[in-house]
Ligand binder design. Structure first.
Ligand code: ZN
Length: 119
C-alpha cells in the first residue's frame, strides 16, 4: 500500500501550515521572554520582579524547546516527503496507516510499532 499523490499533497500542505504556525508561535514567544526584553535593565530593581522573571523565563524556555522540537519534526517530515520516504514506519518499514498520518502528519511509526514502543 502506498499513499496516493493526492493524500501526500494534502499532508504536505498540512505540514507547511503547521510549520508556519509553529514558527510564528516561536517568534512571538521569544518576544515574550523577559530576558530578551530591552527594558529589562531599567525596571528590574525589585528582587521580587527578578524572581518572577526567572520563573517566566524558565517557562517560556520550556515551551520554546517544545516548539523547537515540533518544528524539527515537521521539517523532518517535509524532508521525508521530498526524499519519497514519507509514511514509512521507521521501525518495521511498513506503510503507516493513512488516517493516522492525516491525524498526525509527523508520525514516525505505524500504529502497531507505536503501541509496542510505548510500553
Ligand atoms: Zn511499524
Amino acid at each position: 500500500m502506498k499513499l496516493s499523490a493526492q493524500a501526500l499533497d494534502k499532508i504536505k500542505r498540512q505540514l507547511n501550515e503547521e510549520e508556519k504556525r509553529v514558527s510564528l508561535n516561536l517568534e512571538s514567544l521569544k518576544k515574550q521572554d523577559p530576558f530578551s526584553d530591552p527594558d529589562r535593565l531599567i525596571d528590574n530593581a525589585a528582587s521580587d520582579a527578578e524572581a518572577n522573571e526567572e520563573t517566566s523565563h524558565d517557562r517560556v524556555e520550556a515551551i520554546e524547546k517544545q516548539l523547537q522540537f515540533q518544528l524539527e519534526d515537521i521539517q523532518k517530515a517535509l524532508g521525508r516527503i521530498k526524499d519519497g520516504k514519507y509514511g514509512i514506519c521507521q521501525n518495521c518499514g511498513n506503510m503507516i496507516e493513512e488516517d493516522r498520518l492525516a491525524a498526525k502528519p509527523t508520525a514516525l511509526y505505524c500504529m502497531d510499532c507505536e503501541k509496542r514502543l510505548e510500553r
